[in-house]
Ligand binder design. Structure first.
Ligand code: HEC
Length: 155
């Protein structure tokens, strides 16, 4: 075997461990942040089919209040739940968590870090550029790529 294919094989074997370790972690205390109203999406063709809540830290709340202009470091988390037995009045089991954090190094994704997690909070390895950014760019290019607004936090 030649050297290059062997190294590629080694990388492919190690990547699940190494690459996940390098992935961003979910902020531990996000459930203490400002929480949005309960949002229900009953359209089954939507990625967001189910129930979700948005959590915004202090910097992100400043950004929402300023009409979606977010300072560096702003962090926003969404928790998604299934609809239980087709009844949208009750939250079903948690099915995923997503994070956006304003980070000017992330030039390919509008100056935001995008990351997806499973219900257990472990990185789900979704591709931030392919899976996340396209949609946010299409819907919210004029709002700093954040689709929700301050109105989502008025209970
Ligand atoms: C098919 C389109 C679509 C894709 C793909 C998508 N999102 Fe979103 N995202 C939305 C919509 C729509 C909202 C607003 C939900 C609301 O108003 O409650 C949203 C909201 C969010 C929010 C709350 C802040 C905001 O913009 O309102 C975060 C954080 C987020 N998404 C992260 C992600 C991450 C991370 C990924 C990739 C793993 C992703 N999203 C993929 C459509 C998408």
């Amino acid at each position: 075997m030649h050297m290059v294919p062997r190294m590629m094989l080694l990388f492919a074997l190690l990547c699940p461990a190494v690459c996940l370790a390098a992935a961003p972690a979910l902020p531990k205390a996000y459930q203490k942040w400002q929480k949005s109203e309960r949002k229900v999406v009953t359209d089954k063709s939507s990625l967001f089919y189910g129930i979700h809540y948005i959590y915004a830290d202090k910097k992100a709340m400043q950004g929402y209040k300023g009409g979606n202009k977010f300072p560096e470091g702003s962090s926003i988390v969404v928790e998604h739940f299934n609809i239980k037995d087709g009844n949208s009045a009750a939250d079903g089991s948690k099915n995923m968590v997503v994070l956006m954090r304003k980070d000017k190094r992330m030039k390919d994704t509008g100056g935001w870090l995008f990351a997806g997690f499973g219900a257990d909070g472990k990185p789900s390895g979704l591709d931030p550029v392919g899976t996340c950014f396209g949609c946010h760019q299409k819907d919210a290019a004029q709002r700093d790529f954040v689709i929700s607004t301050i109105n989502d936090f008025k209970h």
